[in-house]
Each structure stands twice: as C-alpha cells, then as structure tokens.
Ligand binder design. Structure first.
Ligand code: NAD
Ligand code: DAU
Length: 352
C-alpha cells in the first residue's frame, strides 16, 4: 500500500481517484483531517473499493500515524496534507504553521522511525514524497526566466513561508538521516473538485450564480496553470523514478494573467450556458482591493522533469479549462455539498 495524506482535498483527492483507476494499483491509506477543505464526497466513487482505506486524522498525531504505518506497512508516503489558501494564511497564519511546519515535522519523524525498522530491501525502496509549491520561490519580474530547481527560496506569504519551511525540513531529513525523500514544487492547479475559495472555481460558480467576479488589483498578476490530472501524472513519475533527495519543478507552460483567465472562463460559459439576458458573463467582472503582498508572477521551468523522467503535461490550458468549466456545470451536487456554512462565512469575511 501507499499512505496518502490530504487525500480528501483537491489535488490529493484527484490523485487517489487517478491512482485507483488502475485495477492493478496498490491500495491507499488516505489520512485526512477533513478540515473545511477536505470533502469525502470527492471520494464517493470509492465507497465500495476495498483498496481505499480512509482515516480521519491529523498528520501531526504521532500515535495515530505510527499505528497506521505499523498496521499497513506502506512502501511510500505522499504528503499532500496542508493548509493551502494564501488569503486564509493572511487572515490567520496559525493553522499554516501548525499543519505545514509542525505537522510535516511530526510526519517526518514517525516515517523515519518506521523506515529505520524496515528490512533492508523495503528500506531501500521506501519513498517519502513531499508535495510543494512554486510559491516558495517568491515573485518573478515580468521578463525574468522561469523558476528552476536552483532558484533561491524567497517566500512572501505566511502560506508560502510555511511551505518553504516544510521543504527545508524534508531536505534536512535526507541530508542528516539519509531518509529517502523526493520533493516536487508545482505551479497553480485547476480542475475537478477544486474548492471554490480559489480563483477558477470561484469565478465559474459566481458567474452562474449572478455574483461579481472579483479580480484583485489590476488583474495583471501571472500564474502558470496546470491541469490537476497532469500534476497527478507528474507525481506518479517522480514517485516511481525520481532520484532521492532531488526536487522537481512541475508546471504547465501556461502563463496567463488573472484577467485573461477570468475572461476565458466567461467566454466558455457564454457558449455553454448563456446568460438569460444574452449579455456576456464578463459584465460581472469587478476589480477589488488587492491581496496584501500579492506575488506578481510565477512561472515554472519544467525542463528537468521532462529531461530526466520524460514527463510533459497532456492538457493545454484551452482543453483543461473547458473540461473544468463543464465539470462544474455537470456536478452541482458536489458544489452544494462544499459551499456549507463555513464556506459562506469565509466569503462574507473576505470579500466584504
Ligand atoms: P486543499 O486545501 O484542497 O486540501 C488539503 C487537504 O489536506 C484537505 O483535505 C484537508 O482536510 C487536509 N488537511 C489539512 N490539514 C491536515 C492535517 N493537519 N492532517 C491531515 N490532513 C490535513 O489543498 P490542495 O490544493 O489539494 O493542495 C494539496 C497540496 O499541494 C498542498 O501541500 C499544497 O501546498 C500543494 N500545492 C497546491 C497547489 C494548488 O494549486 N492547489 C499547487 C502546488 C502545490
Ligand atoms: O502557485 C501554486 C499555488 O497556487 C498553491 O501553492 C496554492 O495552494 C494555491 O492556492 C494557488 O495559490 P494562488 O494564490 O496563486 O491561487 P488563488 O486561486 O488563490 O489565486 C490565483 C490568482 O488569482 C492570484 O493571483 C490571486 C488572484 N485572485 C484570487 C481570488 C481568490 C483574484 O484576483 N481574486 C480572487 O477572488
């Protein structure tokens, strides 16, 4: 088996579903705390699949993690669990320090203890895969080259600082203890099951619900978008063939300004679900106060993972965003399940 943490979240959930699509795949123990961002509805299709063992719990709970490792003897851990939303980290950084730094530390320590006791063969093949972000590298000038794996760490938000700290812990566990780690730093993901606090799902849902489409500042910030299924295939490639102690950047070669992303979504919705008054959804675009410390541009140089592991994204932005919009139109019940009271409180607090 493999142990996946945060597998009821957006990327972890997609990873679990993708992994178990293969009838010959190893089973998954899915450890997730089910914070506001974790949704079991994402995993509904696995209800009768005995290869999926879901456990509600915290990566920082050493007794629980030690017991799960002992019981299931996984050959790898893929650590997705994190607080992931930059705006929430600005309103309240404490949970980010607790899960992303202290939680990762506790998980590393439990995993190291388990790994130390494995027989030689299992010890040699064991992997701890840490899932991280391009935000650890900070912000790029408009014409600066994209982030490579050797770019310095310059995190600017409480979220990215906490992820940078966790990356450093993972790196240190390799260098100090020889603990077998790989780390991936990925750009912005989008796709099915994305929690609607993030730009793309928020805009799709606000649009069809007749609400404003909030663009921070001038909307000229640039992100490098990757379809979530491509992130999952990259993680599988690194888990299978990545070199120990190495980091791999993962990106979509899709740099877009926020304004152009929102305009594209509006055009697709104009076609798939035209507004009753015949006007474009772009009429709903509203410029709002900027995010404090807002990073201007991220861009990933994904040549290393292509050169060494032969991975390239399968989706272009045009194909991926169309699938994504269609998915949200086709899955209103998943959406209804996640826009609970806690979600509404967040929207009220943040946008008003
Ligand atoms: P998400 O917020 O959608 O999901 C996070 C999941 O982790 C949730 O299911 C939550 O319940 C769980 N979780 C939170 N704290 C936990 C804890 N203490 N113990 C156990 N489970 C806990 O996040 P996501 O967008 O799926 O991101 C997953 C990982 O990928 C994160 O590490 C994030 O930093 C990284 N990442 C995200 C993106 C992106 O664009 N979303 C890009 C690059 C890297
Ligand atoms: O780069 C990878 C990161 O991408 C991940 O590490 C994070 O976990 C993930 O949340 C994402 O961070 P961003 O801050 O880039 O994503 P978000 O969807 O919050 O915002 C994308 C851009 O859109 C960003 O420049 C802020 C802007 N934005 C966002 C929201 C929610 C708006 O203009 N309006 C909004 O209402």
């Amino acid at each position: 088996m493999i142990l996946v943490t945060g597998g009821a979240g957006f990327i972890g959930g997609n990873f679990v579903l993708d992994w178990l699509k293969d009838p010959h795949a190893e089973g998954i123990i899915n450890l997730d705390k089910l914070t506001y961002a974790g949704n079991l509805a994402t995993l509904d299709s696995l209800k009768n699949d005995s290869r999926h063992v879901f456990v509600q719990g915290d990566i920082g709970d050493r007794a629980l993690v030690a017991q799960l490792l002992k019981e299931h003897q996984p050959r790898a851990i893929v650590n997705f669990a994190a607080e992931s939303h930059v705006d929430r980290s600005i309103h309240g950084p404490a949970d980010f320090i607790e899960t992303n730094i202290v939680g990762t530390f506790n998980l590393l320590e439990c995993a190291r203890e388990y790994w130390s006791g494995l027989p030689d063969d299992a010890k040699r093949t064991f992997r701890f895969h840490h899932v991280s972000t391009d935000e650890v590298y900070g912000s790029l000038a408009p014409t600066a080259p994209a982030f490579t794996e050797t770019h310095s760490y310059e995190p600017n938000s409480p979220y990215s600082a906490s992820k940078a700290a966790s990356d450093h812990l993972v790196r240190a566990w390799f260098h100090t203890y020889g603990f077998p780690v790989v780390t991936t730093n990925c750009s912005n993901n989008y796709g099915p099951y994305h929690f609607p606090e993030k730009l793309i799902p928020l805009v799709i849902l606000n649009a069809i619900n007749g609400k404003p489409l909030p663009i921070y500042g001038d909307g000229q910030q640039v992100r490098d978008w990757l379809y979530v299924g491509d992130h999952c295939s990259a993680i599988r490639a690194v888990l299978a063939h990545g070199a120990l102690g190495e980091t791999y950047n993962i990106g979509g070669w899709n740099e877009k300004t926020n304004l152009s992303v929102v305009q594209t979504i509006c055009q697709i919705l104009d076609e798939l679900r035209p507004r009753a008054d015949g006007q474009s959804y772009a009429k709903q675009i509203t410029f709002v106060k900027d995010r404090p410390g807002h990073d201007r541009r991220y861009a990933i140089d994904a040549r290393k993972i292509e050169r060494e592991l032969g991975w390239r994204p399968a989706e272009t932005f045009d194909t991926g965003i169309r699938k994504t919009v269609q998915w949200y139109l086709d899955n209103p019940s998943w959406v209804e399940g996640v826009v609970s009271g806690a979600y509404r409180d967040w929207v009220q607090k943040h946008y008003n």
